[in-house]
Design a protein around this ligand. Structure first.
Ligand SMILES: Nc1ncnc2c1ncn2[C@@H]1O[C@H](COP(=O)(O)OP(=O)(O)OP(=O)(O)O)[C@@H](O)[C@H]1O
Ligand SMILES: [Mg+2]
Length: 280
């Protein structure tokens, strides 16, 4: 494998990206609250001698690794956008300008135009919110469990749609848009809601808030595409469906990346590779 590695240590997850002997991209993930696992992994891979590092937990990981390896730091947004450009190309998308929405623990939104980019917004509603609200409402905390339950849940009894309000008349906007997330609960009789339904509705709330904000920013920048990334989307077909449905309703085109959670780690890897090339 390569002697360099990219690591993105975020609020929830620490992602690793490196190349194997066949020059293929290899990806790995650890919980950020178990950083010793990253250290152990590196101890088991002594051929790695330089780390490209990014993410909000950089200093915490440095503390765990001490002076074990040489580290080249890159700012999170720079790494993410480097990784996004690389992955878009790898995965066959030809997109010059677009909104990039990174649904991590929280959500960060960027505008990319060719080689330049700028952070244009964000929200505290993200993957952390999905897990937090699901945990509080149902006691379920495992991401895979949450994902599966969301896919099997039904939002009909909990969300209030525009057409639910405008019964018997034309709706001023698309009737299938959510008028109020969780809005039906307060205006209907008390019923016990199923865990799957609650989790599906939480995921709907998270997806729709993020998409609505992304679309407003896309309109401001006149960008057709919105590229959604972040580990919250990993094998999360229900969330992708929520996002995709809302993005198309508002006449924009959603793009999802296969390796959606690894843009930062891939960017950090590309950066350390470039750095090593310059150095030699
Ligand atoms: N194995 C997993 N364990 C926990 N959460 C997961 C897992 N896989 C995906 N997730 C989801 O992904 C989210 C974290 O996404 P991501 O790794 O992109 O964020 P981060 O980089 O840790 O955070 P930030 O960028 O906001 O600092 C979690 O909040 C959760 O919803
Ligand atoms: Mg992140």
């Amino acid at each position: 494998m390569s002697t360099v590695i990219g690591i993105d240590t975020g609020g929830t997850l620490t992602k690793l990206a490196y190349l194997n002997e066949q020059n293929e991209l290899m990806l790995k993930v650890f919980p950020s609250n178990e950083m010793h696992l990253v250290k152990e992994w590196l101890q088991n891979h002594p051929q790695v001698d330089e780390i490209g590092l990014t993410g909000g937990r950089t200093e915490q990981l440095r503390d765990v690794l001490k002076t074990m390896k040489s580290i080249e730091y890159i700012v999170e947004f720079e790494a993410t956008l480097m990784g996004v450009r690389y992955l878009l190309k790898q995965e066959g998308h030809q997109i010059e300008n677009s909104i990039i929405t990174n649904i991590g623990t929280g959500t960060s939104i960027h505008y990319m135009d060719g080689n330049s980019h700028i952070r244009i917004g964000g929200t505290g509603i993200g993957g952390g919110t999905l897990i937090g609200l699901s945990a509080i409402m149902t006691g379920i905390t495992d991401f895979n469990d949450i994902k599966n339950r969301a896919a099997n849940g039904n939002r009909e009894q909990i969300d209030l749609l525009v057409k639910d309000i405008y019964q018997g008349m034309d709706t001023p906007i698309d009737g299938n848009l959510t008028a109020s997330n969780f809005g039906k609960v307060g205006i209907t009789e008390d019923v016990q809601h199923d865990s799957n339904d609650l989790i599906a509705t939480v995921q709907g709330l998270v997806g729709e808030v993020i998409t609505t904000l992304s679309i407003q920013l896309a309109e401001e920048r006149k960008a057709k595409y919105i590229v959604y990334i972040g580990s919250t989307l990993t094998n999360n077909e229900h969330l992708k469906k929520v996002i995709s449905h809302y993005t198309y309703l508002k006449k924009h085109t959603p793009v999802f990346l296969e390796d959606c959670g690894f843009a930062g780690a891939v960017g950090a890897l590309l950066n350390i590779m470039e750095y090593c090339k310059k150095d030699s």
